[in-house]
Design a protein around this ligand. Structure first.
Ligand code: ME8
Length: 512
């Protein structure tokens, strides 16, 4: 039975077009999802959009539109971006979907029945930018601690979710499940936050202040707090209370990937909401860091947004994906610079991978008329072959630790060794000596075999270039490689013709 793997991204606010930060989260999830499909797992990858709340309502009004009209207009930009980045999600959820709204309301009715909700007067500081209330002590110099934005003092009647009573349970749960919050430093941050008394969560907004939300089922005058609405997507999207078979086959989620800015919502509010509803917790919440520019977080509101579409037009999807996946270890911040992206393009992609392909395929053309030569039996003793065979377990183990950067580093090590192998074996010298014909055949066979294995393993990371290499090598049926045994059975067919093709990573236009 294949293992199921349910992975989610945050639902992005639709008050502006997506930028490099959103692209990063989705590329990361896509690499995990593709890798699990590669391992033969049953993957369900969900992304989508968060469409309610005052931020969206305000943006819509500023543009002279009704909120629904506005969100319908902007959602296609997200879908188009994901498609141009090669994101293969299985489902795109919108919080304005009827099914989602229905599930949210049912969950609230259920929580009321369970005695988890009460009505009270609320007084606190509200930040529109982060759609969050803060207590006086949480403010930083009188401003929002998360966004630095303005806050307003607000007093109103609202419904509250009894979150505080679950504090001890949550601390114990986090401590007992060391992989629930990753990476470790973020887990410690949440445990640090939980040293302060947890307050109950205000889960409604009066309609006279905000109309654009899901109506609260118990009151004509309230809509549901956007975060309470949005978090429920992770269960509504897979049919909680609607399609029990589907829900039971996918829940608990294997991985919620989020940015560190919204870890508290996912590692405190969300598990408590689930516990209160009697639903199992997700296995892991993985918080990645921020892409920064000149030291500040890249964001739509600070005007330093970096457009992924422009970058993929210039460098191609694979280079953009490679840069984001390779540049930082998941969890840490990364300083974005286009120069750095160009540097990776030139060195890792054009030099290491592109050249390995073009040198190997050119020599094959020159010495063996482009046909894979027959190797000697001892070819599998070659150190480079052994290294290539060991790569599968290494990459799998890195990906199990949610560390694509480490996975890529192992692949690149073999790639660099393969380039060195060419230097050491000097096929051009071997070709001049007829008695070295078998040795020459072995060298080329090893190179092509390494390239075949490398391309198999890179499918989740560089989907286009790996597909191209596999196509040129005429290798098919390698989209899924479930075991190291199957991986070792991958081979380039002796006598098969290899297409050299165009450069995989051509010189950049402005440098040509
Ligand atoms: O928070 N670097 O939506 P959002 C890395 N709707 N990742 C970044 C980033 C950056 N500079 N900027 C944004 C919301 N992100 C809520 C989520 S979930 C139920 C509701 C990514 O549009 C990162 O994943 O503000 C971050 O957590 C997310 O975008 C925030 O997107």
């Amino acid at each position: 039975m294949p293992k199921k793997y349910y992975i989610t991204t945050p639902l992005y606010y639709v008050n502006a077009k997506p930028h490099i930060g959103h692209a990063y989260t989705n590329i990361l999830c896509d690499a995990f999802a593709r890798f699990h499909r590669f391992l033969g797992n049953d993957v369900f990858f969900m992304t989508g959009t968060d469409e309610h709340g005052s931020k969206i309502e305000k943006t819509a009004r500023e543009q002279g539109m009704e909120p629904q009209e506005y969100v319908d207009k902007i959602v296609p930009h997200f879908k188009e971006l994901w498609s141009s980045l090669g994101i293969q999600h299985d489902y795109f959820i919108r919080t304005t979907d009827e099914q989602h709204k229905k599930v949210v309301q049912n969950i609230l009715r259920d929580l009321e029945k369970r005695g988890e909700i009460y009505k009270d007067t609320y007084e606190g500081w509200y930040s529109i930018k982060s759609e969050t209330f803060y207590s006086e002590s949480e403010l930083v110099e009188g401003r929002c601690p998360d966004t630095g934005g303005e806050v307003q003092k607000i007093q109103e009647e609202n419904y509250f979710f009894k979150m505080s009573k679950y504090q001890d349970w949550l601390i114990e749960t986090i401590q007992k499940n060391p992989t629930f919050i990753q990476p470790e430093m973020r887990k410690n941050e949440i445990l640090g936050f939980l040293k302060q008394p947890l307050e109950d969560l205000c889960i409604t907004r009066p309609k006279d202040r905000l109309k654009w939300g899901i109506p609260y089922p118990g009151s004509e005058e309230h809509v549901i707090y956007v975060w309470f609405d949005a978090l429920i997507n992770y269960v509504s999207g897979i049919g909680y209370g609607v399609d029990e078979n589907k829900f039971n086959s996918l829940w608990p989620a294997d991985l919620h990937v989020v940015g560190k800015d919204i870890l508290r919502h996912h590692a405190v509010y969300w598990p408590i909401m689930l516990k209160a509803c009697g639903i199992e917790l997700p296995k892991t919440v993985l918080a990645h860091g921020w892409w920064t520019l000149s030291g500040g977080k890249i964001s739509k509101s600070s005007g330093n947004s970096v457009d992924p579409v422009e970058l993929i037009e210039k460098y191609g999807v694979d280079a953009f994906r490679y840069f984001l996946l390779n540049e930082v270890t998941v969890g840490l911040d990364g300083a974005y610079s286009e120069d750095l992206l160009r540097e990776r393009y030139r060195t890792d992609l054009a030099n290491d991978l592109g050249n390995l392909w073009s040198r190997s395929s050119s020599m094959l053309g020159k010495y063996f008329e482009g046909k894979v030569p027959s190797p000697s039996e001892s070819v599998s003793d070659e150190a480079l072959m052994k290294m290539t065979y060991d790569l599968y377990d290494k990459v799998v183990s890195s990906m199990e630790k949610n560390n694509p950067r480490e996975a890529l580093a192992s692949v690149w090590e073999v790639m660099r060794k393969s380039n060195q192998f060419i230097e050491e074996k000097k096929p051009w010298a071997l070709s001049k000596d007829e008695s070295k014909r078998q040795e020459l055949a072995d060298v080329l066979f090893v190179l092509l075999d390494c390239l075949a294995h490398i391309a198999c393993l890179l499918q989740a990371f560089l989907p286009n270039s790996s597909k191209e290499i596999l196509g040129r090598l005429k290798l098919s049926g390698v989209e899924q490689i479930k075991t190291v045994g199957d991986y070792k059975k991958v081979f380039v067919e002796v006598g098969g013709e290899v297409d050299k093709g165009e450069a995989l990573f051509p010189k950049l236009e402005d440098e040509a």
